[in-house]
Design a protein around this ligand. Structure first.
Ligand SMILES: [Zn+2]
Length: 82
């Protein structure tokens, strides 16, 4: 089970089982995207994490997805896209 530290209260956060449950889906789309070319396609999904101490639910993007977003950001930035 994956855990991380809550940015609000420093408590223990536990990762949710699925990125989508019912109709709630957290995602993010790169502002520099004009087409589906590049490492990330369309939207980046985020997993909800629950803090067991303060009850906050925060969506986080997985580290391996983040790496792709960072790579694309650098490309877009160097290309004058951002
Ligand atoms: Zn908390």
């Amino acid at each position: 089970m994956e855990t991380k530290k809550c940015p609000f209260c420093g408590g223990v956060m536990v990762k949710g089982k699925s990125p989508q449950e019912g109709y709630s889906l957290y995602f993010w789309k790169a502002p520099w995207k004009k087409d589906l070319k590049g490492a990330i396609s369309g939207t980046v999904k985020a997993y909800p994490w629950l803090c067991l101490d303060c009850g906050a639910v925060i969506p986080y993007v997985e580290e391996r997805e983040l790496q792709k977003v960072r790579a694309e950001y650098e490309e877009a930035r160097l290309g004058g896209g951002v």
